[in-house]
Design a protein around this ligand. Structure first.
Ligand code: SAM
Length: 428
């Protein structure tokens, strides 16, 4: 159903890649909170000789020194603990679409990285920092508040890169880096782009350390939404209860709908589930975006269905672009946007950065190769039968939860065929 955007993930050639619908469990990129308390962790020589020590560093493992960590909410603790587990990093690294695109981007911009100072916001295992070192970076500050930083430091040492990659264990908002940087790299995107709210940490690093004209990878991100039909999914979860071994279990239906559809669902759909062209919910220019902009995103949508089908919900996905260094603005010039969004939702910032023919895009769209982000579905409790060309319109509000800013409140008002509805859910 959907057109291919003219790129294949991580490559520059044109083409269409087919996908099949594969229901997948809600796997843990950001895991649920509160599994274990924060351990002693450890720090082993991070930043030695480079003057880049984090304020909250500790030597818990070798017993040399221990300091109090800066105030950190229980949610933050749980968040960083979730990233201490190897499995989540394995999942991300094995997502070749993701990792290859980042590596391709680093080498595409090798001229801007070689001999330069880089900060990797949320380095995890250190993989992107090491790619930057391989691309010739003079120094890379690899920062992560999770205990995975301990492992990153070991990896850096065993690859003989300790002179270049300085692992700082701590929140980016707390570590000390005593010089301006030429490049910021970060893999900050959460489910439906905004979940996890990690982009705020990239903004912090940009405003604190990035030199005017510096490079940010990725440079842009766009969140899309579209109405979807998925009758098989509905049937499997709901209609199933109508006849269970010959027993009428319809009494379960309200509970089944609540259990199946109350929360956003991370799963894979195909282009055939998508009922019409997507709508741009939010475009982010990483050079200029502000924290305020991310607190609440409100968008009006109006779709014309290209098919006669039950409307089962709305799908969200995103892409990020890796554009070249800014030529005309500094990172501190947040007042002007570098990109223009046309009324049809397309985005143009080509005149200001890079060569559009070589634009690298990491897409999580249903018609593009599968990534670990999959797509995020907001299901309706009841399907709406929609005719071809029928209008589906409404308002979507995505806001950071007051309870925990990494959670996302999703408020949907939608109307079609004379009926209107409201659906609220929380991605936690
Ligand atoms: C999505 S992972 C990416 C890991 C690695 N860059 C990669 O590409 O495989 C994000 C990492 O950022 C870290 N992180 C998130 N917010 C952070 C912050 N404010 N300060 C330091 N690290 C942070 C998390 O602990 C996690 O390890």
């Amino acid at each position: 159903m959907l057109p291919n955007a003219g790129h294949i993930n991580g490559h520059w050639q044109h083409g269409v890649v087919g996908t099949t619908t594969t229901a997948r469990s809600h796997g843990g990129r950001l895991r649920k909170v509160g599994r274990r308390s924060r351990g002693g962790g450890g720090r082993d020589g991070y930043g030695d000789g480079h003057g880049g020590l984090p304020r909250d560093f500790s030597f818990a493992d070798d017993g040399k020194q221990e300091r109090n960590r800066p105030p950190c909410t229980d949610f933050d603790v749980a968040y960083f603990e979730s990233y201490a587990h190897l499995g989540i990093h394995e999942q991300m690294i094995k997502d070749r679409t993701r990792t290859d695109t980042y590596r391709n981007a680093i080498f595409q911009y090798q001229d801007s990285i070689a001999g330069k100072v880089v900060v990797d916001v949320g380095c995890g295992t250190g993989i992107l920092s090491i790619f930057c070192a391989q691309a010739g970076a003079k120094r890379v500050y690899a920062v992560d508040a999770s205990d995975i930083a301990v492992q990153a430091n070991e990896v850096v040492k065993s690859n003989n890169l300790s002179d270049i990659v300085i692992v700082l264990r701590g929140q980016i908002e707390e570590v000390e880096i005593d010089e301006e940087v030429d490049v910021i790299i970060s893999e900050w995107m959460g489910y439906m782009l905004l979940y996890e709210s990690m982009l705020g940490s990239v903004i912090f690093a940009r405003d604190r350390w990035l030199k005017p004209g510096g490079l940010i990878l990725p440079s842009n991100a766009t969140l899309y939404m579209a109405p979807v039909t998925h009758p098989d999914r509905y049937s499997a979860c709901i209609d199933f209860w109508r006849n269970v071994y010959g027993i009428d279990m319809s009494a379960m239906l309200p509970l089944a709908k609540q259990c199946a559809f109350e929360e956003p669902s991370v799963e894979t759909i195909s282009g055939e589930n998508v009922m019409t062209w997507p709508h741009v919910v939010k475009h982010v220019d990483c050079y200029t975006v502000t924290m305020n902009e991310l607190e609440s995103v409100i968008t009006k949508f109006k779709f014309k269905s290209m098919m006669r089908a039950p409307l089962n919900g709305f799908a969200f996905w995103f892409d990020v672009e890796f554009r070249g260094p800014v030529k005309f603005h500094t990172s501190k010039d947040a007042s002007s946007s570098h990109s223009e969004i046309f009324e049809n939702g397309s985005v143009d910032s080509s005149e200001k950065r890079g060569n559009p023919n070589e634009l690298l895009v990491l897409s999580t769209a249903p018609e593009d190769p599968l990534t670990h982000w999959q797509q995020t579905l907001i299901y309706l409790y009841e399907p709406i039968e929609v005719e071809q060309d029928q209008i589906i319109e409404g308002l979507a509000t995505l806001s950071q939860s007051k309870e925990n800013h990494r959670f996302l409140n999703i408020h949907l008002e939608y109307a079609s065929g004379g009926c209107s509805f409201v659906k609220m859910s929380v991605m936690r």
